[in-house]
Design a protein around this ligand. Structure first.
Ligand code: ZN
Ligand code: ZN
Length: 768
């Protein structure tokens, strides 16, 4: 029996499990010659150390300063305590200890990258190399606690060499659950190719270089890959995948990324970050890429290779590779082998396969640096399931399950002052996605042992997620909170910014596609005054009829007609030869009759549709969009050609302050656009003046509301704020008026962040 000596107990909270924290503590204690022990306790790590006071202080400081890359140390508390004598050791997690420890997948670390490039190393060119600092995590977890038997590595028995590393506290693979080597780990092979080849990666690279299209099994699903510099290969991929224009992401090493794009130091750090998202970067003029990669765009989605397999493939190909999600058209990304063989057979020429199963589909995350921060646009691999801290006075919030919206769906679970916003689950109007959503719901609630006390849903009664939430509430006898779409967007922005319930209301600017309002009409360009519990609409963009309902969201000319009729009058529209050409062959009579009678022509105040209309007027929108946001992205790309500093004055909007709600009227905008079209003003300047005008109109109106209500913070959210030019214009103009913008960054501004906002609203209402 060991005796105790005087020392101290140090408790560390934050993200400290499943991230190599205990071995880090072990090595640190050994380095500083301290005795004692470390163990997991709940979601904390508890350390007991004995030794000189100066060494203990240095130890406590290093816990924060030198923490493993994946850890997030939130709090360190120290108090005197007896410490067992003897060399420092790692204690096994006790039975009954709940280990949280599910962290996002992590891009290959520098040490592992060096190892696969070292001909003398055991893991030279091994595609599944990983360590405590890197490798698959969430994508291989099948249960808790996070331990090898509860991962898809369970079927791979460790060889003696790997076991020795796994059990050695001084080794960087100590307790690395996905540890593997060529002797005992997963294997690669190529299917659908007759050539005999010893190395599937080199053979796959040779096929890519020859213009072939490949399916590549990765971490969270299958990619479809081709040579990004080969115009024929890119055109063939688009034709086979039925994806005519939506930009394709490219995987490239850092040197190649620099050759293609203009990259800041912050952006370079994001490319090299363990989360390795697809990062939108400004294309260099004349970049050596096939023209079909991102037609009409000024930005390219670039991601770094994030597994050893990707590093080896990109190095062997020696060029940037298209890496787009492995699916047909708008279906969910495929992540199971047989499904890939079945569904991708008509798209790809060969399959680069491996035998490590993928536990759940995780799309690549998409992000962009705007207005001084990295803004996540799609939250997937590398980000989920990293918890988000709720504002301080949400610590006692009841556990909420929020089900999000219809498009870019995601779930949110709250518990103990934290929120778990799920990975991107796709658009629920696609039947296959709807099934995957229900699977993900069961997956998350089981994996995180979540028992909700409240269910939160959107106001829209026909969303699949709303109906599912209603069923869950009915079956479980739980209260159901319905949260207005744009109120949820604002609450998400407030909560991520740490805005407390006690801080009171804010002004909110919601610029969005479409969402159902309190009054049952369609909203999407509103100014709200809201706290967490409730919101009140004080201003809106003048509504226009969406002739044909959903069809108006796919065919921008329908919305343009409604705006022009309203702004100029029908006689002026019909008498303008330029507009006559633009609307040639379109059934204007039918549309106008629908709008007059209000037949299948719901009124909407949508910023997304305003972008569509302006893009159509400038000749940037096809008759029928092939993906949501296509026209708006083209308009933003054009605006970015005009420098922000020496822009022309913003286009005017009228403000009808006597209306209830106040109306922000775009009629003067359309008159000015027509005048500039006739004067043959450069379209880039027009696109820029439109962005500035929209920002100025909403900021001006918001400033009046803020002054009248005595408020100083303005929340900005909704999918339209993913437009970098618009967000920068808006933030700049708010700042000039002394107002503080609250803008989401880790939470997507689009509907991917809706569930997070619903969850905090529901929690705040239940807390009274
Ligand atoms: Zn590593
Ligand atoms: Zn091994």
């Amino acid at each position: 029996m060991s005796t105790d000596v005087a020392g101290e107990e140090i408790e560390v909270s934050g993200i400290v499990q499943g991230v190599g924290f205990r071995p880090f503590v072990y090595r640190l204690a050994r380095r500083l010659d301290l005795s004692g022990e470390v163990r997991n306790a709940g979601d904390r790590v508890v350390i007991r150390i004995a030794g000189p006071a100066a060494a203990r202080d240095a130890f406590a400081a290093a816990l924060v300063d030198e923490a493993p890359v994946l850890a997030r140390v939130e709090q360190v508390t120290r108090r005197p305590a007896p410490v067992p004598e003897g060399a420092f050791r790692i204690m096994e997690s006790g039975a009954g200890t709940v280990s949280v420890g599910v962290v996002p997948d992590v891009a290959t670390c520098p040490a592992c990258r060096a190892e696969i490039a070292d001909p003398g190393a055991r893991r030279f060119r091994y595609a599944f190399t990983n360590c405590t600092d890197c490798g698959p995590r969430f994508s291989i977890v099948t249960g808790l606690p996070y331990d090898r038997p509860a991962t898809t590595m369970a079927g791979f028995a460790l060889c003696p060499a790997c076991r020795a590393e796994y059990e050695d506290p001084a080794d960087r693979r100590f307790h690395a659950q996905p540890i593997a080597c060529p002797d005992c780990g997963p294997r690669l092979w190529l299917e659908g190719d007759d050539a005999a080849s010893a190395d599937p990666i080199d053979r796959a690279a040779a096929l890519l270089k020859a213009g072939r299209i490949l399916a590549v099994k990765g971490i969270g699903g299958f990619h479809i890959a081709c040579d990004a510099t080969n115009a024929d290969a890119v055109a063939l991929l688009r034709a086979r995948k039925q994806r005519p224009t939506k930009p394709l992401a490219v995987m490239a090493d850092l040197a190649t990324a620099h050759a293609l794009c203009v990259i800041t130091l912050e952006e370079e750090a994001t490319l090299a970050h363990p989360s390795a998202p697809i990062l939108l970067l400004p294309l260099k003029p004349g970049a050596a890429l096939a023209p079909g990669i991102a037609p009409g765009q000024r930005h390219l989605g670039v991601m770094a290779p994030y597994t050893p397999l990707h590093h080896l493939l990109v190095a062997s190909a020696g060029r940037p590779l298209v890496m787009t999600s492995g699916n047909r058209s708008s279906e969910p990304q495929i992540f199971r082998d047989d499904e890939a063989r079945d569904r991708l057979a008509g798209i790809v020429d060969a399959f680069l396969m491996h035998d490590r199963p993928i536990a759940r589909r995780l799309d690549d995350s998409v992000a962009r640096h705007v207005a001084g921060r990295l803004r996540v646009m799609r939250r997937g691999r590398g980000f989920a399931p990293m918890p988000l801290a709720l504002p301080a006075d949400f610590a006692d919030a009841p556990p909420v399950l929020a089900l999000g919206g219809e498009l870019k769906s995601a779930l949110c679970l709250t518990h103990g002052g934290k929120a778990l916003l799920s990975h991107h689950l796709g658009d629920l109007d696609e039947p296959a996605t709807g099934d995957a959503f229900e699977t993900a719901l069961a997956d998350y609630t089981a994996l995180f042992a979540h028992r909700p006390a409240v269910i939160a849903v959107d106001l829209h009664p026909d969303y699949r997620a709303t109906r599912l939430g209603e069923d869950l509430a009915a079956v479980g006898g739980l209260p159901l909170e319905r949260v207005q779409h744009h109120h949820a967007h604002m609450a998400a922005a407030m909560a991520e910014a740490g805005w407390r319930r006690a801080d009171g209301p804010v002004v909110g600017i919601a610029l969005d596609g479409l969402g159902m309002g309190d009054d049952g009409t369609v909203w999407g360009a509103e100014i709200l005054v809201c706290d967490y519990r409730s919101s009140r609409r004080v201003a809106r963009l003048s509504p226009i009829p969406l002739a044909g309902g959903d069809a108006a969201s796919r065919e921008p000319w329908r919305v343009l007609l409604a705006h022009l009729d309203r702004a100029l009058g029908r006689a002026a529209v019909d008498g303008d030869p330029r507009l006559a050409a633009l609307f040639a062959g379109k059934p204007l009579l039918t549309l106008r009759a629908m709008m007059d009678k209000g037949l299948n022509a719901p009124l909407a105040s949508s910023a997304g549709r305003l972008f569509d209309a302006v893009a159509a007027l400038l000749g940037l929108a096809p008759d029928r969009l092939s993906h949501e946001g296509e026209a708006a992205m083209a308009l933003e790309a054009l605006a970015l050609e005009a420098a922000m500093e020496n822009e022309a004055p913003p286009y005017p909007f009228a403000l009808h302050a006597d209306a209830v709600p106040v109306e922000i009227d775009p009629a003067p905008l359309f008159k000015a656009l027509m005048a500039d079209l006739h004067a043959a003003r450069p379209r880039a300047a027009m696109a820029a003046a439109f962005h500035a005008g929209l920002a100025e109109a909403f900021v001006g109106a918001a400033a009046q509301v803020a002054a009248a209500e005595g408020l100083t913070a303005v929340a900005l959210s909704g999918g339209v704020f993913q437009n970098a030019r618009l967000l920068e214009e808006t933030v700049r103009r708010l700042g000039a008026r002394g107002l503080t913008p609250l803008v989401p960054a880790e939470v997507p501004a689009n509907d991917g962040g809706l569930a997070f906002g619903q969850a905090v609203v529901a929690a705040a209402r239940r807390m009274g």
